[in-house]
Design a protein around this ligand. Structure first.
Ligand code: ZN
Length: 236
């Protein structure tokens, strides 16, 4: 079993980095919207700074931990199924190497190589590392670069926390009279940036993404603020 390596020049590394970056932007976006909704809702009901701080911090931790746990579970499951597929491939290579070789030739030919070139390529790939060749051509996975569940968990924890810190600080730092204005402006400004960033990283037109993203955040804050104010009026 080879050790995982992080070859920067490896094909697809840029795509992987962009995916990670996009996931980070979306995670931060989640942190911004959910924490903003939470603290603006509490601000609708009370002026008490310590209540706002408590609600914001609890929301930050609950959100970032649940994102991290969800990501850990999902990446672990993906890794388990990739390992299982690799184990099957390994057994097939041991038990029926000729059939597997012909399969590799066929797969390479399907990608547009002539039969002769596919055979030559399959021979070279098999001589170098048969399992790796089958994993990449047949399963589309790189056995040396299986996703790490702990990395994924940490990344979503951090991304959500960074996003959540913005509305949390914006609601507790300014004086009571400016609290909501500052928070709403900071949150909408940040959502313009995350909406634009995630659209650009996904190669989508940014205009509509920015509009949807800010509208979603504005709606979340309006709904929770209205709910908080109603509870305050009702004397809850
Ligand atoms: Zn195979």
């Amino acid at each position: 079993m080879t050790q995982p390596t992080h070859d920067e020049a490896h094909g697809g590394a840029l795509g992987t980095r962009l995916n990670w970056l996009r996931a980070a932007v979306l995670g931060a976006n989640d942190g911004i919207v959910s924490t903003a909704g939470l603290v603006v809702g509490v601000a609708g009901a009370t002026d008490d700074r310590s209540a706002l701080l408590t609600a914001g911090l609890a929301g930050l931790l609950a959100g970032s931990l649940s994102m991290a746990a969800g990501e850990y579970v999902s990446v672990s499951t993906q890794r388990d199924s990739e390992k299982a597929a690799l184990a099957v491939e390994k057994r097939e290579l041991r038990e029926q190497p000729e059939a597997e070789f012909e399969e590799l030739v066929g797969l390479l030919a399907d990608r547009g190589l002539s039969r002769a070139v596919a055979r030559e390529a399959a021979e070279q790939l098999t001589r170098r590392d048969a399992l790796r060749a089958h994993a990449r051509v047949e399963l589309g996975i790189d056995p040396d670069e299986l996703a790490n569940p702990w990395h994924a968990a940490w990344a979503s924890f951090l991304a959500f926390t960074v996003g959540a810190l913005l509305p949390l600080l914006a609601i507790v730092l300014p004086p009571a009279g400016l609290r909501l204005t500052v928070t709403v402006c900071c949150v909408l400004g940040a959502l313009v940036l995350t909406g634009w960033g995630s659209a650009r990283l996904g190669a989508a037109p940014p205009g509509r993404a920015v509009l949807r993203n800010t509208a979603g955040g504005a709606l979340a804050m309006a709904v929770t603020y209205a709910t908080g104010s109603l509870l305050d009026v009702a004397g809850a």
